[in-house]
Write a protein that binds this ligand. Sequence first.
Ligand code: 5U1
Length: 681
Amino acid sequence: MAELTRELNRHLYNYHVLDAPTIPDAEYDRLFVELQQLEAAHPESMASDSPTLRVGAAPIPEFSQVTHALPMLSLNNGFSDDDVEQFDRRVRETLGVQAVAYATELKFDGLAISLRFENGVFVQAATRGDGSTGEDVTANIKTVRAIPLRLHGIGHQAVPAVLEVRGEVLMFKADFLKMNERLRAAGEKEKANPRNAAAGSLRQLDSRITSQRNLKFFAYGIGVLEGAPMPASHAALLDWLEQLGLPVSKERTVVQGAAGLLDFYRDIGTRRSLLPYEIDGVVYKVNAVEDQQTLGFVSRAPRFALAHKFPAEEALTQVVEIDVQVGRTGAITPVARLQPVLVGGVMVTNATLHNEGEVRRKDIRIGDTVIVRRAGDVIPEVVAFVPERRPLDAREFVMPTSCPVCGSAIVRLEEEAVARCSGGWTHCGAQKKGGLMHFVSRRAIDVEGLGDQLIEQLVDKNLIHTAADLYTLDKARLSSLDRMAEKSAQNVIDALEKSKNTTFARFIYALGIRNVGESTAKALAQHFGNLDALLHAATWENGIQLLEVADVGPIVARSISAFLSDADNLALVNTLRAQLYFQEGSHVMQNAGPFAGMTFVLTGTLPALSRDEAGALIEAAGGKVASSVSKKTTYVVAGADAGSKLAKAETLGLAILDEAALLALLAKSTTPQETLETDTP
Ligand code: 5U1
């Protein structure tokens, strides 16, 4: 078995990494079946790097989260020769040298991933996520045959105790075309580009599907390294990774100065279309690791590296119509409906015109032939019209005065470029749907399986109006929707239930307050710690306290203040806070601890603790403190002079604690297991 494992792994490496197959496929398959049979008879002797693990494993219910030991950084972007020269100048000035050697690489258009090897054995793979926390895709990555399950030994050199390899998972162009052919034949929706195809393949809960997708990988850096010396240069690091059996692109060099960087950029630019995979630029890194350390980082990107992006791809097509779209904050965006056209391999039928001013400035008219541009993941945009192709009957765009969805007036504030529907989410279906789609999205409250089409149906059928209504949905109502079997309905209910455990930062972000993105939401959560403090700051003196938060300027403060002062929004926030469990003390916490899932109501005067102190103890143990008593209340903690809340608790037959009983419960719940066991018969 060990011999077969070694031999098959060698063939996999020759085929997938070196691109130089050494045996016919049929012979490989024969050896593979032989190993499978031996493993079935002697499972205890199966190797941790057996190639039979590459076929995938049984589906998992969800991806768990992985906190990166070292954050996964992003790169600063440059777009012009000037940007590159400036980058080189800054590097030289900081290092105080005349000339710098750079390692140059490709900027792969795939998904960043971190692979962890312990004592040479692959143990975990995680997606980039937000850079600090990603998803555990270990089972899926095992199916990527180009990634070794065990690092190769190099002579007498020690294998590192821990090595985190950073790189990009991607799908080659040929495999992407084959995959779309299959999807087309099956009548399913095709993937827009290889990057989306790779992302979709990697995020399969059933890794057997990933196994069929022939994903590839290129390493370009490392995270944690223990038990082996760090090579002195980036080029040496890549050579080392290659020797360890990892795929590293051959398209890499070391060059001198800005001139060398620009030569590399131009060389790759001319050969870009000939590469078997997509790239969106090249990457430059200061070669000497010591210099990299001197240069350090700004925000989440290293000062020693630059991604030099290729220009966006463009194509000519005709504007058939100009409509407007209503966004979740009511923003009205003119959208050009286009004669379908391929831009950089993606079929484009709509392109944004951003706002009315932009349509006038660019003088885009219906009937015009226009240049359409697409850059990476960005929504395609109309760059300009072609004057000599303007037909005599080209029509000017007229901004509607009322919202095409709800009929409310469209207004444009003087200081804003964007016109907005004045209906708000309570009146305008488009805003309602947009807000709900944002609320359930992965980076917000994260309700898996509740997609856009489902939200559309739920709103159109008047089954929900607010995010809070989502948590009142039952299986019967969900099953009444189109294409919703009972099992899928149950999955949605389960996902909703799971989403209740969230963080304060996610909650703020999920509200969809204009100008409040993820990082502002995190900053607010960290600064205020709990919802009451945030609400107080937002509604006191026009939100002046909000300006104390890093990153919050007057515009953002005004958005937050306006949102949280609105009666409908406030009612929604208060309903949601009663439905969700988020520990408010910090922005990173999950709801955990012995009191997780329990709701407490405090009433009356406790002998020793203030209400705030008691509340903090409960929340620190993962419990939730609510202001009113209901059937959902787990415990009412009553002190002297408790009034109507205590009476209601007694009527409902709820458990009532005094301060001593609360403290006893806390002590019991947080006592280590061994001590508890001695108490248990
Ligand atoms: N080739 C290459 N791509 N890429 C992407 N190198 C590289 N380095 C990166 C990223 C995000 O980050 C470094 C900070 C390791």
